[in-house]
Design a protein around this ligand. Structure first.
Ligand code: 13P
Length: 256
C-alpha cells in the first residue's frame, strides 16, 4: 500500500517570512489530525528557516523547490543540497516544468540533481509531463518515456523507490484546465509500465506517483480515488490554508 503524498508548491509566492508564517499558523491546526498522508510544503528559499521552525513537531514536512547539483563553490545564485539538508529540509522538487521551460533545465541537468539529492538523503520529487502540443498530436506517451529514461538514468532500484514522481501535464498547470481523472490515471499506469520495463514490477508498485495541475478541493476527491494516483502536487490551491487542507483531507479519505 502506497502512502499518499500531498505537496504544496508555493512557487514564487509567500517568500517573506511573515506571510509564510501567517499561512502556516492557519494550516497547522487544520491538518493536525491527518494521519494517512505525507504533507510537504515547498516555500521559496527565503522563507525556509521560519517555516522549518514553525513546523517542528507537526505532521508537515518541508522541502525546497530546486537545488544545484554541486555541493559548494563558485556557482553564483545557486543553492547546495548541503544547505537544504542542514536547515532541515526533507524533500526537494526537481525538474518542475517551469524550470525546464523558462529556465531551460534539461533532462541531463535534472538527472544530475536527482543523483545528488539522493546522495544527501533529500527525498526528490521529480516532475515530468507533456506540453499541449504532444497531447494534441498523440505523442504524450513517447514524450513521457523519453523524459523518464533521461531524467531517471542510471538510478538503482532502491534509489527509484525513494523518489516521488510528479506527473504534471504542462497544459493543466495554472490554467484551471485539469486533466480528467481518467486522463491522469492512464499516464500513471503508463509510467508504472515503464518502471516495470526498466526495473521490475515490485518497484513499479512501490513508487509513489503524484498528479499535479489545477488540483482544487472540488476535483481532488475524484483524482485521488484512482488506484495509481498517490496524491498530488498543488500550486495555486496550496496558497490558502482552507483550500489546501481540504485537498489534504480528500487524500486522507482516499487512503482507506
Ligand atoms: P497549479 O496547481 O497552480 O496548477 O500548479 C501545479 C504545479 O505546478 C505544482 O507543482
Amino acid at each position: 500500500m502506497r502512502r499518499p503524498i500531498i505537496g504544496g508548491n508555493w512557487k514564487m509566492n509567500k517568500g517573506l517570512p511573515f506571510e509564510a508564517a501567517d499561512m502556516l499558523k492557519k494550516l497547522i491546526p487544520l491538518v493536525k489530525n491527518i494521519n494517512n498522508v505525507d504533507i510537504v510544503i515547498t516555500p521559496p528559499y527565503t522563507a525556509l528557516i521560519p517555516v522549518i521552525e514553525l513546523t517542528k513537531n507537526t505532521n508537515i514536512m518541508i522541502g525546497a523547490q530546486n537545488m544545484y547539483f554541486e555541493e559548494k563553490g563558485a556557482f553564483t545564485g545557486e543553492i547546495s543540497p548541503i544547505f537544504l539538508k542542514e536547515l532541515g529540509c526533507s524533500y526537494v522538487i526537481l525538474g518542475h516544468s517551469e524550470r525546464r521551460n523558462i529556465l531551460k533545465e534539461t533532462d541531463e541537468i535534472v538527472n544530475k540533481k536527482l543523483k545528488k539529492a539522493l546522495n544527501f538523503n533529500l527525498n526528490p520529487i521529480v516532475c515530468i509531463g507533456e506540453h499541449l502540443n504532444e497531447r494534441e498530436t498523440n505523442k504524450t506517451k513517447e514524450f513521457i518515456e523519453k523524459q523518464f529514461r533521461l531524467s531517471f538514468k542510471d538510478l538503482s532500484d532502491e534509489e527509484l523507490r525513494k523518489t516521488v514522481i510528479a506527473y504534471e501535464p504542462i497544459w493543466a498547470i495554472g490554467t484551471g484546465r485539469t486533466a480528467t481523472p481518467e486522463q491522469a490515471e492512464e499516464i500513471h499506469i503508463f509510467i508504472r509500465e515503464l518502471i516495470t520495463k526498466v526495473y521490475n514490477s515490485k518497484t513499479a508498485k512501490a513508487v509513489r506517483i503524484q498528479y499535479g495541475g489545477s488540483i482544487k478541493p472540488s476535483n481532488a476527491k475524484d483524482i485521488f480515488k484512482k488506484e495509481n494516483i498517490d496524491g498530488g502536487l498543488v500550486g495555486g490551491a496550496s496558497l490558502q490554508a482552507e483550500s489546501f487542507s481540504a485537498i489534504i483531507e480528500a487524500a486522507n479519505n482516499s487512503s482507506f
